[in-house]
Design a protein around this ligand. Sequence first.
Ligand SMILES: CC(=O)SCCNC(=O)CCNC(=O)[C@H](O)C(C)(C)COP(=O)(O)OP(=O)(O)OC[C@H]1O[C@@H](n2cnc3c(N)ncnc32)[C@H](O)[C@@H]1OP(=O)(O)O
Length: 333
Amino acid sequence: MEFPFDVDALLPERITVLDQHLRPPARRPGTTTPARVDLQQQIMTIVDELGKASAKAQQLPAPITSASRMQSNRHVMYVLKDTSARPAGKGAIIGFLKVGYKKLFVLDDREAHNEVEPLCILDFYIHESFQRHGHGRELFQHMLQKERVEPYQLAIDRPSQKLLKFLNKHYKLETTVPQVNNFVIFEGFFAHQHRPPSSSLRATRHARAAAVDPTPTAPARKLPPKRAEGDIKPYSSSDREFLKVAVEPPWPLNRAPRRTTPPAHPPPRSSSLGNSPERGPLRPFVPEQELLRSLRLCPPHPTARLLLTTDPGGSPAQRRRTSSLPRSDESRY
Ligand SMILES: CC(=O)SCCNC(=O)CCNC(=O)[C@H](O)C(C)(C)COP(=O)(O)OP(=O)(O)OC[C@H]1O[C@@H](n2cnc3c(N)ncnc32)[C@H](O)[C@@H]1OP(=O)(O)O
């Protein structure tokens, strides 16, 4: 992925780690330094463009990674650049991996609920022209080392088939522990403890907690006693949850089509079983006929009534549509 600015100078390392501050890394000595605000704008452009490309590759209705979402969450993005592109131009970006700690309720193999806070794989993308060349693995390995976490300790937010194959090939992750949310966890998740590294996302919080409680952080701990209402957080919410809102049109467009017979295929289960969950829009749009029927239930706005009386034919497109309606329906206007 190329950009109209010098990516190579902006990101001196092959892999750059970005957090919510989206700070431009220190530049190589000798390189001219534009205003810091311009550099941050360039970082934001890269994050936005990567997010869009990833959403397109996963057929998501909207990006789940953007500069603004990075700034409002405590996520970390590992960005891989193409070091071979330098002589030809301004460098290029190969892909990225976004991770973050999330509080989740997960089921163990006895179907007991466990409150955990694992590192989650939230978004992962390698540019189409670079896929299956080992770049995904390079990025993933770097993240594992930096976060000091083992692959089986991770929770994956709605993995694609490609990612499931990737995890199976490189890390032998195959057997999943079935869940009722969108996260996938693998066998071994509950068997090992994970202490985050001092430089990781949770470092400060963990250090503070360790001073009080010397027991090591476990990836899974049993549910605590019931807490006060105010304490309860929306656990297990996938980073992709907001897409539901993004695709939901306002009333009456959000009315699901009435069905007389059950659908030929049941809707995909929003579970964490081994099969890849549906990644398209979560609710179908109403068909045009249904929409028109809904709109006709509303009394027309005075201006619309005026237009209808002064222009009996309407536009050619309108004429085409209304002429297909049954006469009785048309007469209601
Ligand atoms: C939580 C989430 O982020 S889910 C979304 C994951 N992202 C996507 O699906 C976006 C599109 N895909 C991609 O960007 C990439 O394919 C990634 C990130 C999944 C993997 O990156 P790559 O650089 O291709 O991986 P890398 O080269 O290290 O490993 C290749 C292995 O990944 C898996 N893989 C990669 N592409 C494919 C594919 N098109 N079909 C099936 N398996 C694939 C295979 O196991 C492959 O091994 P193989 O070529 O021997 O079959």
